[in-house]
Design a protein around this ligand. Structure first.
Ligand SMILES: [Fe+2]
Ligand SMILES: [Fe+2]
Length: 267
């Protein structure tokens, strides 16, 4: 887990006195089997001890092969019944068998979000893979060749899927799970030439509109750990290679405590 003094081991969002907390453990870009069995087991063991819910932010496998997914899920028993939510990443699509990878993960207890939402112990989670397209004033626009319009359309569709997932949540705490980045701040550090391919601010709009509590993403292995949306919502890049460099301990993950609104007891 993150223990470096410059990065809090547990980030605690402000919690009103009448709220309890849910411990979220988030990490992305394990790229199984690149992570290796020892580190994977160490990561899951620590998450099992420190998290109430685990988020996997895409690039779960390295090539999106069903056999990779089958090897990966064999280690999930370490998490001992802790809810696991995931989105796929671009690597999970590489072999054109994303549906089979999803099916294997789901059959082993991982809830794969793709424009869908789920509530865990009073906290809402909305997830989508997302897509590329750049940020802010330099956002790629649907103009010119059909293939370029198709590229932009894909990003816009992912943003619409995220919006519809957020709209389903009735909880006061709403957490967003992505693979691609919704803001430029958490990809800074990457080569400038590839920044438009690491995410898109089209994903930021629904996050702000639905006043999400926090956002997790991966994909930018050389980006920055934290940033904020225009409206001040915290965004955490939890790509494992980035966490590893920031915190040179084995098996880092981001632990975030978020508030759970307690039900009012009517007697
Ligand atoms: Fe990755
Ligand atoms: Fe990726």
């Amino acid at each position: 887990m993150i223990t470096d003094s410059s990065i809090p081991a547990e980030t605690i969002l402000s919690t009103p006195a009448n709220h309890r907390k849910l411990r979220i453990g988030a990490v992305g870009d394990l790229h199984w089997p690149r992570i290796g069995e020892g580190e994977l087991r160490g990561l899951f063991t620590q998450l099992g001890e420190q998290a109430d819910v685990v988020l996997l932010c895409g690039d779960i496998t390295d090539y999106g092969k069903p056999e990779e997914a089958l090897q990966y899920v064999a280690h999930l028993s370490i998490l001992k019944g802790i809810p696991i939510l995931a989105v796929l990443g671009n690597h999970d699509y590489e072999c054109g068998q994303a549906d089979r990878v999803t099916d294997i993960l789901e059959r082993h207890g991982v809830r794969v979000l793709d424009g869908t939402a789920v509530e865990v112990r009073g906290v809402g989670f909305a997830g989508v893979k997302g897509f590329a397209g750049g940020f802010g004033d330099r956002l790629l626009q649907p103009w010119g060749e059909p293939v370029l319009k198709q590229f932009v359309h894909e990003a816009a569709e992912e943003a619409i899927k995220l919006e519809s997932a957020l709209a389903k949540l009735t909880t006061s705490t709403r957490v967003v799970l992505l693979h691609y980045a919704p803001i430029v701040d958490t990809v800074l550090g990457e080569a400038s030439e590839i920044i438009p391919f690491l995410g898109t601010s089209r994903l930021e709009e629904p996050i702000n509109r639905y006043r999400a509590t926090a956002v997790f993403h991966g994909h930018a292995h050389h980006g920055a750990l934290e940033g904020r949306t225009r409206d001040g919502i915290p965004v955490y890049n939890v790509a494992l290679p980035l966490l590893r460099r920031a915190v040179p301990v084995q098996a880092p993950a981001r632990i975030l405590h978020v508030p759970i609104q307690q039900q009012v007891q009517v007697t």
